[in-house]
Design a protein around this ligand. Structure first.
Ligand SMILES: Cc1cc2nc3c(=O)[nH]c(=O)nc-3n(C[C@H](O)[C@H](O)[C@H](O)COP(=O)(O)OP(=O)(O)OC[C@H]3O[C@@H](n4cnc5c(N)ncnc54)[C@H](O)[C@@H]3O)c2cc1C
Length: 432
């Protein structure tokens, strides 16, 4: 299935309750201003709840399923966007209903907003809970602490339950049996998705590995080598996993899952994961004990296509080299001729992670070439630099992995050079 189709299906599912409700509105609803406002008030409530439930559904993490949507990071972007739209619709819902009632009198408008009965009280409860758990996502109070943000996010389940109870108690817009049917299907799917992540995935979908080596390619970077205890993970180059360390002596991050890209080649007996110190858990993992257990969940992501015969331009920034490293290591084993150019952007020579290994690949892999871009020497990456080193970049598939601003810059440069939009692919290491 084409990606746009799976995306369209998700959005359609989210707005389906509102579409059914729209079809159920009696003739003449839109004849007066009060009628229009009242209908909009109902539709925003129904639409907001539909999108909220689909937002919960897309938080599932079934390995492999995310490829249908362009990878887990794309699904998370949809999750964020749908969540934000649902919140705005739910916020508009009581205001529009009150505005509609104000056409009768101010007292009626106040009565609509006042949580006099259980049903309206539940609605307000859902909205207030949403404000509490969504405020950090909008970075209203600065960048949130990831683990605290994640715990707070669990309130979303309670908010959805309150909103569902509110809708069932006041269901007057959508004709039966459609109303009950659509809410049961969406709520069931949301509960199934959340239970998969919270219960099943933790027990069944994890692979057990042992730490067999900790290499230090730089002061603030380690590369873990892991060997499977039971069934080994099957993956493609450039995919990522959730890694959970079980070394209780770790200063931070014990039994805490974090996403990391596999830097090993799929044919290797074990896994390799290069981790840069970017916070508490990623710093602490540098001291992980040899022989300790880690659990791996995945693989996720669809950065590189399964089959690609086109020539490629890769642009990596800092630790964003990991998906390319995995792919280059795989190509080095295969020894086939390729047409790939890597521009590796780092601050200076000392920060060129795996620089020696990458230079060796340019002589070992036929058709693979490497250009180093040093910020202190070349300044920010510019279109001229890219065209000077890769004159046919417009004819290539372009892959960028690095900090958000670098990915944005590469996209601008690629589009300005004539790369079609759908030939540009990027991966971010930030899911918030
Ligand atoms: C798809 C993907 C691939 C990645 N690959 C690599 C890699 O190969 N090498 C590498 O060094 N880093 C990689 N990262 C980044 C890595 O996940 C974070 O640096 C790490 O989780 C930081 O955790 P912390 O506790 O040390 O820092 P914190 O200060 O807790 O977090 C710093 C930031 O990391 C992100 N983050 C933290 N925990 C999580 C989590 N559980 N899930 C999602 N995001 C989280 C948040 O954006 C947070 O703001 C990748 C991230 C993603 C999303």
């Amino acid at each position: 299935m084409y990606r746009w189709m799976s995306h369209a299906l998700l959005w359609l599912l989210g707005v389906l309750p509102a579409l059914i409700a729209l079809g159920s509105l009696p003739a003449g609803t839109f004849d007066t201003a009060g009628g229009v406002l009242n209908a909009l008030g109902r539709l925003t409530g129904i639409g907001g709840l539909g999108l909220l439930l689909v937002t919960a559904i897309v938080s599932f993490r079934i390995p492999g399923f995310d490829r249908l949507f362009g990878g887990l990071t794309t699904l998370w972007h949809i999750h964020h966007l749908m969540g934000a739209i649902s919140f705005l619709l739910l916020l508009a819902h009581p205001l529009l209903l009150a505005l509609a009632a104000s056409q009768v009198s101010l007292a009626t408008a106040v009565a609509v907003l006042y949580p006099s009965g259980v049903a309206v009280g539940l609605g307000w409860g859902a909205l207030l809970l949403m404000m509490v758990f969504l405020a950090p996502s909008f970075s209203f109070f600065g960048a949130p602490h990831y683990q605290r943000w994640k715990s707070l996010h669990k309130l979303s389940g309670v908010a959805a339950l309150l909103a569902l109870a509110h809708t069932f108690m006041l269901a007057r817009t959508t004709a039966e049996p459609w109303s009950t049917l659509i809410w049961l299907v969406l709520a069931g799917a949301a509960i199934a998705a959340l239970s998969y992540g919270l219960v099943f995935a933790r027990r069944a979908a994890q692979h057990r590995y042992t730490v067999t080596g900790v290499a230090r390619p730089a002061n603030n970077v380690v590369e873990l080598s892991l060997e499977p205890v039971g069934k080994a993970l099957r993956y493609q180059a450039g995919q990522f996993v959730y890694l959970t360390p079980y070394d209780s002596k770790l200063q931070a991050g014990y039994r805490e899952e974090h996403p990391y890209t596999l830097s090993s080649a799929p044919g290797e007996s074990g896994l390799r994961i290069a981790i840069k110190d970017l916070g508490d858990a990623s710093r602490a993992i540098g001291a992980i004990a040899h022989g300790s257990e880690v659990r791996i969940m995945g693989p996720y992501g669809a950065f590189f296509p399964v089959h690609n015969r086109d020539s490629e331009l890769w642009v990596a920034g800092g630790i964003g080299i990991t998906p390319f490293l995995g792919r280059a290591r795989e190509l080095a084993v295969r020894g086939e001729a390729v047409d790939m150019h890597l521009i590796y952007c780092v601050q200076d020579e000392a920060r060129a992670l795996f620089g020696d290994e990458l230079r060796r690949f340019s002589s070992r892999i036929p058709g693979f070439s490497l250009t180093m871009h040093y910020f202190y020497k070349h300044g920010p990456l510019a279109g001229d630099f890219v065209r000077d080193h890769c004159s046919d970049c417009a004819q290539r598939q372009v892959y960028a992995c690095g900090p958000g601003p670098l990915n944005g810059l590469v996209r601008q440069i690629a589009l300005a050079a004539g790369v079609p939009r759908h030939h540009f692919h990027s991966e971010e290491f930030d899911l918030l």
